[in-house]
Design a protein around this ligand. Structure first.
Ligand SMILES: [Zn+2]
Length: 213
């Protein structure tokens, strides 16, 4: 059965939502900000269910997240709260939320919001081939654009690189490795370390094959 999803309505070009080359675009922070971490999330909604950025914006508004007025006026003013920089939709669309130079609201642990970009897959751990492809392309592009090492971000490298939200969980037993029993959340529902080690290919057991309406 063919997977059918609506076409994205806006900002589907991931490159269109990046600041121009050399721009400092302060957005309230002179000189912009240093970005050395990509954090992958999921929406924790049922796998295969469609989601619009406006839905996530509403949830984040209900949780009390608020964008700064200046940043909001400058970029995607329809979103008052949306904490991620991009969503990865089941059809491979990549609508943008916050501007890359705007601090997100997605990963408070380890002070990650201030130096990271947040990408949110729609689902809970199983994603369409189109979404996996979009995630790989977006991560590769952002690592190149912001000179972020394309490696798993963990304690030994100061959490610079790419990781899942759950990988930022506190290392409670202090052994330097965040182990599954220490995950405060399961987000994004798969091992980003395995995904990176496998060359950004869809992870076995995490591919959504067919979707019922
Ligand atoms: Zn998350």
């Amino acid at each position: 059965m063919a997977t059918r999803f609506p076409a994205p309505r806006r900002n589907n070009d991931p490159h269109a939502s990046l600041p121009p080359e050399g721009a400092s675009a302060p957005l309230g922070r002179p000189g912009g900000r240093r970005i050395d971490l990509l954090v992958i999330h999921c929406s924790a909604t049922p796998d295969g269910r469609w989601l619009w950025p406006a839905d996530v914006d509403r949830w984040h508004r209900e949780r009390g997240f608020r964008r700064q007025g200046e940043a909001r006026r400058a970029y995607n003013p329809d979103f008052s709260s949306l904490g991620y920089h991009w969503l990865i939709l089941p059809n491979g669309g990549r609508p943008s939320g916050r501007h890359p130079l705007e601090v997100g609201a997605h990963a408070r642990a380890r002070g990650a919001n201030h130096r990271s970009l947040g990408l949110c897959l729609v689902g809970s751990g199983r994603y369409t081939a189109a979404a996996w492809e979009a995630l790989a392309d977006q991560v590769a592009f952002l690592c190149d654009k912001f000179k972020i090492p394309r490696r798993f971000a963990q304690a030994s490298n100061g959490f610079t690189g790419v990781c899942g939200h759950r990988d930022l969980s506190p290392d409670r037993d202090g052994d330097g490795v965040v182990e599954p029993h220490e995950f405060v959340k399961t987000c994004p529902g798969f091992s980003v370390a395995d995904w990176l080690a496998g060359g950004l290919e869809p992870l076995a057991g995490h591919v959504l094959e067919a979707v019922s309406a």
